[in-house]
Ligand binder design. Structure first.
Ligand SMILES: [Fe+2]
Length: 414
């Protein structure tokens, strides 16, 4: 995944452009993000794009349509009275979880929707693209800030689905005995070389959360103080070689290493290794975006759940960092590979920051209503689109989830 130094989304934040310049910037940003979704989908056949391999994963075709519905529902319909909805049935099919936006199709059954077909979804995208471009071009000055604000949310939302598009199709391909490659040319990112070990994190009271004028999701605010105790954080992500030590030492068969809930899931699911690892010809292989490959022992471990990350930390005699500790370390630039390889589980529950309130209306459902029973991951992964990552970014998943590109960074306390 090529990374650009500054996306139009980022450039918007660093200057004070005129309205015409803003229109141009948003046109370019919108076109770029929409094209990236199609670029990612272009590796897949029509059949690939229909499949839903589990309730948590969605078909590629659904992702392409859902992000389009988001713009139609929250940007075009409220701001363009003359707009004609592309298809009256689509809001029901492609609303994800916005209760305030109306009823919706059952999530686990998204893979049953063979029609509308891929051509229909492409036409839907083109219809909404044209409407959004017209709106960017014609919105009057007194409405521009509000329109561009919702447009910006829609672009960051689509980028989130670009990552899910890859994690979801990888999960589907991992169920296929022929081990399909999403992209045979895909190469994993190279981890930073250099001495391993642990490095001091500045202790004391530190501000945590988003600062600055660039975009953030509401869950990254309000910025607030957190206490970081004397501690050290691992320079590097936990490697596959280190994970193999855990396996060979019986880590998956030692209940004292595991949280009770984690042990129950590991037993029920028969976990013996990270997600997508399997033995072939007497050697460990892993399913990747390039198909089934021998495990690269120097590479960071991927596709481990919170439960596994926590058990590994106990096995290593270490801990997972809290999200505040992770952020302070990342801001101090002491942790290598904070971004671009693996989301890193923290020991922090996904909770509102002090004083957080979700926005009014349907868009207030974006983050706030999920703030229970999930754990925070920090950083970004190899599937995160260019320009989407931030030091204050809070990703979150349920503790058993391991189909994301999730890995581990350890911490130790003095
Ligand atoms: Fe969504």
């Amino acid at each position: 995944m090529a990374r650009t130094a500054a996306s139009p989304l980022q450039r918007q934040a660093v200057s004070k452009p005129s309205l015409d310049e803003q229109r141009a910037i948003w046109r370019e940003a919108f076109a770029d993000v929409r094209a990236e979704t199609e670029r990612r989908a272009s590796h897949l056949t029509a059949e690939d794009q229909i499949v839903q391999s589990m309730a948590d994963a969605s078909p590629t075709k659904w992702h392409r349509a859902h992000v389009t519905w988001f713009f139609e529902q929250f940007l075009v319909v409220p701001n363009v009275p003359s707009y004609t909805t592309f298809d009256q049935r689509f809001p029901f099919l492609f609303n994800s979880y916005y209760v305030a936006a109306g009823p919706r199709h059952a999530r686990p059954q998204r893979g049953l929707i063979t029609r509308p077909n891929g051509t229909d979804v492409a036409a839907y995208r083109a219809h909404v693209d044209a409407a959004v471009m017209r709106l960017i071009e014609t919105v009057p000055a007194d409405g521009a800030a509000q329109v561009f604000s919702v447009l910006e949310i829609g672009l960051h939302h689509e980028q989130q689905h670009q990552e899910l598009l890859l994690t979801d199709i990888l999960h589907a391909f991992a169920q296929n005995p022929t081990d399909p490659a999403y992209d045979p040319q895909w190469q994993p990112p190279a981890p930073t070389q250099g001495p391993r070990g642990f490095v001091d994190v500045p202790s004391g009271i530190h501000p945590v959360g988003h600062d600055g004028a660039d975009y953030c999701f509401d869950n990254e605010t309000p910025r607030h103080d957190e206490l970081v105790p004397p501690m050290r954080i691992a320079r590097h992500l936990v490697s596959n070689a280190e994970w193999l030590e855990f396996i060979e030492a019986g880590g998956y068969a030692t209940p004292s290493l595991w949280l009770s809930d984690g042990w129950a899931v590991a037993q029920a699911e028969g976990w013996q290794a990270p997600g997508y690892w399997r033995q072939k010809d007497g050697a460990w292989h892993a399913m990747t975006l390039a198909g089934l490959k021998p495990v690269d022992w120097a590479a960071p471990v991927l596709h481990v759940s919170y439960y596994e990350a926590d058990a590994f930390a106990r096995f290593a005699g270490k801990h997972l960092p809290s999200e505040a500790e992770w952020e302070v370390a990342a801001r101090a630039n002491v942790s290598a590979d904070a971004f671009g390889i693996a989301w890193q589980w923290t020991r922090s529950a996904y909770l509102p920051y002090p004083g957080y309130r979700a926005a009014e209306g349907a868009l207030g459902e974006y983050n706030g209503k999920f703030m229970v029973n999930q754990m925070v991951l920090r950083g970004s992964s190899l599937a995160t689109p260019a320009g989407h990552e931030r030091v204050s970014y809070r990703n979150f998943f349920y503790p058993p989830a391991r189909w994301q590109f999730s890995g581990v960074r350890l911490a130790e306390f003095s």
